[in-house]
Each structure stands twice: as structure tokens, then as C-alpha cells.
Design a protein around this ligand. Structure first.
Ligand code: ADP
Ligand code: MN
Ligand code: MN
Ligand code: MN
Length: 341
């Protein structure tokens, strides 16, 4: 038997954006614990906006477990859902429990974010601005990316890979101090669990560098010429990959248009600051799609059309602070309204 450090993670009750919370439990296992071997745990919900002080217990139900290479010894991250004390009723803040899921629906999330230090994007001079956008996206050199960001994004990649997370890539983004990573997963819950754990690993890693992550979708405001942060949701179903066809595609896009308000409602707060029609976005109140069009709500890759309207689509509207459970769940729900024959 060996002692394991188990970091139980959950989402708190803050709105409009939940924060990640975590606490450690030590337990003995003969080998890396399987999900079924992990017990429920509890926490003080009155400190996380999830309960009143006089009846403060909330319950943690383990739903996914990941090796944690970021700590010494035998360590795991235990992603949890929050339940009421009866262990049957999902807590109102639990956005994972009830979402539409389907293992045949695959998601690729592109998480954009800013490194943030002393109230500014990492690399911004105090009291001024760096050179305008242009050279930063996928850029190289100290003047473009500084001397710290690359070390952090690479260490984050290694932590994700060690955790078994399907991290697929990294790029420096359009604004200075802005970066992106991509996570791919099969099924709403799996893809979203991995995104939340990847966000956790990044925020935790940054502690030792005295840097924070600013997840807001427009941290420099909408007046200035600096890009916002999205979390593009690329998605495909078994039907889209294997059957596809233009009529089905058109029906699917009509359903996305019909439900555009329900989508925007879960695509992250303050999205009106980001979805303006500028900076590679469509305005928040419009829905459209376009071939290779980065100014559209949904971008249709060339490969999709060339393969007979088969493959994946990119919903560009979700923002960097969106809850991937709610986003993936909403996409599956809209897809389910469209008949496949
Ligand atoms: P871009 O920056 O050009 O929009 P990225 O390479 O950053 O593109 O992201 C593309 C995303 O598409 C990746 O997250 C990848 O996992 C995802 N993706 C690729 N194929 C599929 C598919 N069949 N279903 C769902 N997502 C997919
Ligand atoms: Mn990308
Ligand atoms: Mn991007
Ligand atoms: Mn994209």
C-alpha cells in the first residue's frame, strides 16, 4: 500500500462564472486509484456560495480521476460534481449532472487566455502599451513573447499529458500576453472534464511564477484594438463524420440559428464585449456560417465541404470564461433536435 495525495476539485457557486476549488485528502491504495475506489467527500458550502452557514454541508461525488505530476509523490486529481447532503440531488451549481451527452459527439475546445501580472497582460509596459497586434500570433523572440510564457505553456502541456488529458496543441495568440491551448475529447462530459482540469493545472502552475490567468473574454475592454479571448468549440457527431451531406448541414445550421439565444446564454459572460463583428467575430445578436470565415458564428472548414459536407464544424462564439459542460451540453441538445433521416 502507498499513500496518495488526492486533490478533490469542484466548481463553486459564484455567478456568472464558477471558480475551481480544491482540497487534499490522503489515502492508501495498492496502485493508482480507479474512479470506483474513490469515496464521496464533503465541504463547507457556506464558504463557496453553495449553502447557508446553518446547514453548510455539500457533497463531492468523484466523476473523473487524473494522475497529478505537478506534486511530489503519488498524486491524483479527482474531478467532482457537487450534490446536496442527500447525495441524490445535484446541487443547483452542478452544471455537469444534467447535460446532454453522447460519446459519438466529439469536441475540440480552443482555450484562449491572457497571462496577467500586476493588473496587465504579461509583457505590457506599465503606463503604456506594447507595439500593436501583428507579430504576436504564433510569434517567436523575446520582443514578441517575453522570457516566461513559453516556459509556462510547455510545463502546462507536460502536466496535461502526464494527466492523460487530450491536450492537442499550443499557440501564442494575437494580443501580447495571450495564448491558446486545445483539448479534444469524445463526449460532452469527458471533453469538459478535461478542460476544467487543464484550466486548474494552468492556474496552479502559474502560482510559482507570480502570474495569474485572466480568463475574461475582453480583459482590455472593447474600445481598444486588442483581441478578446474565445473558447471556440469544434464539434462533430457520428452522423456528421460518416453521413453528412448538404441538406443535413443546412438543417443543422437552421437549428443553431433558431436556438441562438439559448447558445449565447451559456457561451460565457460579457460576450457582447467580444462578439462585436470585429476582431474575427460575428456580432452577438446575429447567427451565420461561412466557409473558412473567421468573422462568422460558425466556421465551416474547407475540408468539410470538400468531403461532401462531412466532418466537424467550429462554433466560434463560446468565450474563454464559458463553462464547457454547459457549452457542450447545449450543442448536443441543439443537434438532437435535427432528424438524421
Ligand atoms: P483554428 O485555430 O484554426 O481554429 P485549432 O487547430 O486551434 O484551429 O483547433 C482545431 C480544433 O478542432 C482542435 O481542438 C481539434 O481537436 C478539433 N477537431 C479536429 N477534428 C475534429 C472532429 N472531427 N470533431 C471535433 N473536433 C475536432
Ligand atoms: Mn486555434
Ligand atoms: Mn485562437
Ligand atoms: Mn478556432
Amino acid at each position: 500500500m502507498a499513500k496518495y495525495k488526492l486533490e478533490y476539485l469542484w466548481l463553486d457557486g459564484y455567478t456568472p462564472v464558477a471558480n475551481l476549488r480544491g482540497k487534499t485528502q490522503i489515502k492508501e491504495f495498492s496502485s493508482f486509484p480507479k474512479l470506483e475506489e474513490l469515496d464521496w467527500w464533503g465541504f463547507d458550502g457556506s464558504s463557496t456560495r453553495q449553502a447557508e452557514g446553518k446547514s453548510s454541508d455539500c457533497m463531492l461525488k468523484p466523476v473523473a480521476v487524473f494522475p497529478d505530476a505537478g506534486r511530489k509523490g503519488n498524486c491524483a486529481i479527482v474531478m467532482c460534481e457537487v450534490y446536496m447532503p442527500d447525495k441524490k440531488t445535484p446541487h443547483p451549481s452542478n452544471t455537469r449532472a444534467g447535460i446532454a451527452d453522447d460519446p459519438g459527439t466529439w469536441f475540440g475546445f480552443e482555450q484562449e487566455y491572457f497571462f496577467w501580472k500586476d493588473g496587465l497582460p504579461l509583457g505590457f509596459p506599465t503606463g503604456g502599451y506594447p507595439a500593436p497586434q501583428g507579430p504576436y500570433y504564433t510569434g517567436v523572440g523575446y520582443n514578441n513573447v517575453g522570457n516566461l510564457a513559453r516556459e509556462i505553456v510547455d510545463e502546462h502541456l507536460d502536466l496535461c499529458l502526464a494527466a492523460g488529458i487530450n491536450h492537442e496543441g499550443i499557440n501564442a495568440e494575437v494580443a501580447k500576453g495571450q495564448w491558446e491551448f486545445q483539448i479534444f475529447g469524445k463526449g460532452s462530459k469527458k471533453a469538459a472534464d478535461e478542460m476544467w482540469v487543464a484550466r486548474y493545472l494552468l492556474a496552479r502552475l502559474c502560482e510559482k511564477y507570480c502570474v495569474d490567468i485572466n480568463w475574461h473574454c475582453k480583459p482590455l475592454g472593447m474600445e481598444l484594438d486588442w483581441n478578446g479571448s474565445g473558447m471556440h468549440a469544434n464539434f462533430s457527431t457520428t452522423h456528421m463524420r460518416e453521413v453528412g451531406g448538404e441538406p443535413y448541414f443546412k438543417a443543422l445550421m437552421a437549428a443553431f440559428d433558431k436556438h441562438k439565444e439559448e447558445h449565447i446564454a451559456v457561451y460565457g459572460p460579457d460576450n457582447h464585449l467580444r462578439l462585436t463583428g470585429l476582431h474575427e467575430t460575428q456580432s452577438i445578436d446575429k447567427f451565420n456560417y461561412g466557409l473558412a470565415d473567421r468573422g462568422a458564428s460558425v466556421r465551416v472548414p474547407h475540408s468539410f465541404v470538400n468531403n461532401g459536407y462531412k466532418g466537424y464544424l467550429e462554433d466560434r462564439r463560446p468565450n474563454s470564461q464559458g463553462d464547457p459542460y454547459a457549452i457542450a451540453g447545449r450543442i448536443v441538445k441543439t443537434i438532437q433536435t435535427v432528424p438524421t433521416k
